[in-house]
Every structure is written in C-alpha cells, then in structure tokens.
Design a protein around this ligand. Structure first.
Ligand code: M6R
Length: 609
C-alpha cells in the first residue's frame, strides 16, 4: 500500500505535497517522491528511504516549484525499494508523470507489448507500465489517453497523473484503491486518505469506484470508465486537524492508546439511549432474525482478533452459530452461506483488499453484509448493506490500538441488540450490561493511570526473545491481539496459545529464557489457568499475569508479576485486559529502539491481496 497526493491551484504545490505525504507516510515509507509541472517541463525528485530524504533535496532547490504536482510514499510490492523504483514514474517521452497505489495484474503482458514498440523501462515496477501505456495512447489529449489505458489495465489502481502539455489539469483514477478529492477555493487536492487533507479543507468527495476525475483549479468533473459524466457527492469531515498530530506524545501509538477512553465514549454514546440500544440505520426485522441461520465474521489482523472476541461473546449470548474467518482464507474454504447468513466485515481502514474480496464473495452468495468500519465512505462501508462506524478518528500508528477497542465496543452493542431483539436477554440483564458498557471508558482511564508501572515491567522483560501469551476462552482471543502487538512493533517473536493446548507439544519450547504473559479474567477458568501457569513455571519460565483485581492474591502466589485491571463483567473483560498489553508492547519496542509508528515491512492499510 502506498500514499498518493496531488495539488492544482494558484499556490506552489510543493509545501502541500510534502506535508500531505508526511500524513500518509504510515501507508508506506520505503521511498518517496514528487513530480511537478514547471516552466522546465516535468521535474521529479524521488529517493529511496524516508520522506525526509526527499524533503531535504526539495528544500535545497528553491526554484523547484509549480502550481501543479503529485507525490507518493511507497510500500514496495513489485521491485525492491530503490531510487529507480520510487514514484513518480515518468513516460519515456518525458511528458507524463504518474503516481500509483495498487497492483497491476497484467503488467508483464503490457510491458512486453510496449517493449516491442520501442518503449524503454527504467524500473521493475508494475506502475511504470501504466505511465508508458498512457504515453503510447497519448495524442495531445491526456484525458482521452487515460480513458483508453484504464480499459486495458487489470488489477487495482489509484492514480494521480500530470502532463507537461496540460498544465491546467490534474487527473485521478480509482479502481479498487481509494482516492479522495479535497475541494478548496480556486484549488483542489487529491490524497489516498483524509489526514493529508485536513489542514487544507474539510469538504471532500470520494472518487467512486472505476471513475476518473478531471481536476482543474476551479472545479472538477467525474467520469466513469466509459467516459460518461457522473455525479459528485461531497461530505464534510469533522475530524480535528490535530487528530492527525502527535499532541506532545513521542509516538502516535502512545497518543492513540491514551485516546481510548474518549474514543469509546464517542463510539458508545450515539448508540445508547437510556436502557435501549440503537444500531444507526440498520434494521433487523423479526422475519429476518427468525430465518437467520448463522453469523460469519471476516477480517484481517487485529480486526480478525476482534472477530475472535465476537465469536465467544455473541455465540454465548445469542445461542447462534458464529464463525470467524481470516478474510484471506474465507473464499478458499467455499463457505456455506446464503441469504439467511449475516456476514460481518470488520475493518479500520475499510480498504483492506482481502476483506473487500471476502465481502464481495459473501455478497455474491446472497448474504446480508454488515460492516464495522472506521473510515467513512470507504470501499467496505460503501459496498455493505449496513455500516456501523467506529468513531475512533484517524489512526496513524501502523499498530492499531484505539480502532481495535472501538471495534470491540460495536461488537458488544451489536450482540446485545440482537440478543434483545431475539429475546435472548431479559431487560434486567441488558440494562446491567449496558451500565457496565457505559462504565468502560472510566475503567480504561483508570487502567491507563498505571502506565508507568507497566513501563517498569517492560524494563524488566524487554530483553526476552521468546514470549508466549496464554489464556482461555475470551482471554485467548485477547492473547492473539497482545502477541500481534508485541511482535509487529518490537520484532520479538511471540505466540498466542490457548493455555490448555500448550501441553500438547509447544511446552517443549518453554525454558528459563521464556516469558509467559498469562491473561486470566474469566472467573470459571481461574483455577485452570493457575494449573497451566504452575506447569510452565516449573520449566523455569518467567510469569507475568494480567488479571482482574479480584484475583490478584491467587495469582501473586504463582507468578513473578501481576498487573490487575478493574473488575468488569467477564464478557467485557477484553476491553480492559488489552490495555496493559498495548502499553507493555509499546514500551518494549521503545526500549529495543524500534521504529514504533512505522514498523519494518508493514503498512497501515493493506490494499493488496
Ligand atoms: O484496516 P483493517 O482493519 O482492515 O486492517 C486489518 C489489519 O491489517 C490490521 O488490523 C493490522 O493487523 C493492524 N495494523 C495490526 O496492528
């Protein structure tokens, strides 16, 4: 996944391009570049490495300016990170420059044809093929060449294009990869994501799927791939500008961890009215619920881990089958779903390619799709029958924290709403759980107050190279997320294990160099967890337990350290247990000198399958 930006207007484009790319660096950061259309023609500065490298070069060239330009920050898919593979790519004729996010599936075939026609390629990327293809179709009308090219390309592509001969035109294209147009006064912007635009405008128009935008300084027009003009729909974004800033924290990840109480309030409050729950615009008729045969949840990474919590939470509550699948695996198991299946797609970005593919597969089979998404109007949101938005605001750190927590909240609300609608919960229990839900933000706030204590434990354990997270039932689902947090930002190898499963083989790995992080919040499983902990302790492992305040004494006797979280209904415990896990991973990564917000090899939203 990569980030693209573009500007057309009366100002110098370069400052916006640089600061827009800075906001999008979370999408990819192995190289970056800018192209402008100046009096000298197309000029490009691009380099391998972080944006800072390009920024330094640009700042040393005061005459590198123009009122039309595009920029890119890259996460390599085709061709290693290098200066030549960086974007923007320029056509052999030198007239057209292009930035691309996505993957061109038929690029080898197109490249072969173009080479036969005498085109010369400088990079190993699929993206360069697009600009050369456009150039091969170009006859003094860039828009018409782009229209022809998009019909030939297969795969996913968000494009920003400028052409030397058309200094008053910026072109953007979307196929399976988001492009947002920001509308200004006598200037317009494009970007892959909203944070890049926040300092310039709040009025945005998402470029719909398979459309081309012909953008001028004063206005823009949208066309479908057959060249028919289509309608523009504007939305006003109400995110604060500083929502995409660090606000004094060392890292976005820590800022986002600390924002969780507010985010949860924002996600909860519009959905609770007295003892009742509201599901935005989603309506589940009695008839629909009577025929509902099962719920299938599909998601990737942390969102999948929310799905694992959801399975335990919903299945127990609703007495209905709840399946959870990794979106990348879903299609290949020929899932048994039909019009009576509710498919829940969970995604922070709403742009994850595997989740989109799973959604489309489920839709083809007639299932009703409900998505839980953070980014308004994203592809997953717009292709779903119902959307429940998390109100987490922009999440910049690659490792998700606040979006995960907000997704859990939506799962609780949805589960309770369906339980009430199917008479699986009585009013008394419902109102008790709703009260506990409303109390969660305050309990999270209290848990966060112990940040420094958790950081001290991080100091004690940060050198361990082998870590197992163990738990049972809901705690096991939380272990998966805790383990992912640790490995993705600190590069420590860790695994999440169902505590009872360890003895079936994996325990042979446990020795005095192993750190076991045990999560034990489920009352009926406390004693079983104690036995599991004793077993690994006997093999020399160090034990850190996360438990509810009720069981501190019990676990103190069998562990090296205990972190307690406030007492809450066991069904909701994931929301509290995850907090110390996020904090300890953050601090371990910091002590190990890792690049916390932009871990190696990762990107925030994975728009390739
Ligand atoms: O945008 P999505 O929620 O669909 O992204 C899914 C995963 O890529 C994501 O949750 C990933 O695992 C996290 N960044 C990990 O912290």
């Amino acid at each position: 996944m990569c980030g693209i930006v573009g500007y057309i207007g009366k100002r110098n484009a370069v400052p916006f391009l640089l600061q827009g790319l800075e906001k999008l660096e979370y999408r990819g950061y192995d190289s970056s570049g800018i192209a402008i259309n100046s009096s000298k023609g197309i000029e490009v500065i691009k380099k391998q490495g972080r944006l800072g490298v390009v920024k330094n070069i640009v700042e040393s060239k005061p005459d590198f300016c123009s009122s039309l330009g595009i920029g890119h920050t890259r996460w390599a898919t085709h061709g290693s990170p290098s200066d030549l593979n960086s974007h923007p790519h320029v056509s052999s004729c030198g007239k057209i420059a292009l930035v691309h996010n996505g993957i061109i599936e038929n690029y080898i075939e197109i490249k072969k044809n173009l080479i036969e026609k005498g085109f010369d390629f400088k990079s190993d990327t699929d993206s360069e093929v697009i600009v050369q293809l456009i150039s091969s179709l170009y006859k003094n009308d860039i828009f018409s060449a782009v229209k022809k090219a998009v019909k030939i390309l297969e795969g996913s592509f968000a494009l920003g294009i400028i052409c030397k001969d058309n200094p008053n035109v910026l072109i953007a294209v979307n196929k399976d990869s988001p492009v947002i147009i920001g509308a200004g006064t006598n200037e317009n912007f494009i970007a892959s994501d909203i944070p890049a635009l926040l300092s310039e405008t709040r009025i945005i128009c998402r470029l719909p799927e398979k459309q081309i935008a012909l953008i001028k300084a004063t206005d823009f027009e949208l066309y479908d791939f057959d060249g028919r003009m289509t309608q523009k729909n504007f939305t006003t974004v109400n995110w604060e500008v500083n929502a995409a800033e660090k606000n004094g924290y060392d890292h976005f990840m820590l800022k986002e961890i600390m924002e969780q109480p507010e985010v949860i309030k924002a996600t909860l409050s519009p959905r609770i009215s007295g003892p009742n729950l509201k599901l935005d615009n989603a309506v589940f008729s009695k008839e629909y619920l009577k025929n509902l045969n099962k719920i299938c949840i599909v998601a990737c990474g942390s969102a999948y881990h929310v799905g694992c919590v959801a399975k335990y939470f919903m299945e127990k509550l609703l007495r209905k089958t709840v399946e959870v699948d990794l979106a990348s695996e879903f299609r290949y198991r020929c899932p048994i779903i039909d019009k009576n299946t509710l498919v829940i797609v969970i995604s922070q970005s709403g742009e994850t390619a595997d989740s989109i593919a799973a959604l489309r597969e489920a839709k083809l089979k007639g299932a009703r799709i409900l998505s839980i998404v953070n980014v308004i109007g994203s592809t997953i949101a717009s292709e779903s029958d119902d959307v429940l938005y998390t109100h987490a605001g922009p999440e910049i750190a690659v490792a998700t924290t606040k979006a995960y927590s907000a997704q859990l909240i939506v799962i609780y609300i949805l589960g309770l709403y369906l339980a009430k609608s199917t008479q699986k919960i009585n009013d008394e229990n419902l109102s008790l759980l709703v009260k506990k839900l409303q109390n969660l933000p305050y309990q999270i706030e209290n848990t966060l107050k112990y940040k420094e204590e958790v950081f001290k434990l991080a100091k004690k354990y940060y050198k361990y190279e082998k870590v197992f997270f163990i738990g049972r039932n809901l705690d096991y689902a939380v272990c998966m997320e805790g383990s992912l947090k640790l490995k993705e930002i600190s590069y420590v190898h860790s695994e999440a294990y169902a505590a009872g499963e360890l003895k079936h083989g994996t325990i042979s790995l446990v020795d005095e160099n192993t750190l076991i992080i045990a999560i034990a919040t489920q009352p009926e499983l406390v004693d079983k967890m104690i036995s599991n902990i004793r077993t690994v302790r006997a093999r020399g492992a160090k034990i850190l337990v996360i438990t509810s305040s009720l069981y501190i004494d019990k676990f103190n006797q069998v562990s090296d350290d205990v972190i307690s979280v406030p007492e809450v209904s066991p069904e909701l415990s994931a929301s509290l247990a995850i907090i110390p896990l996020q904090l300890i991973s953050y601090q371990i990564a910091k002590l190990r000198g890792c690049d916390i917000d932009k871990p190696r090899n990762l990107a925030k939203s994975v728009t390739v399958e």
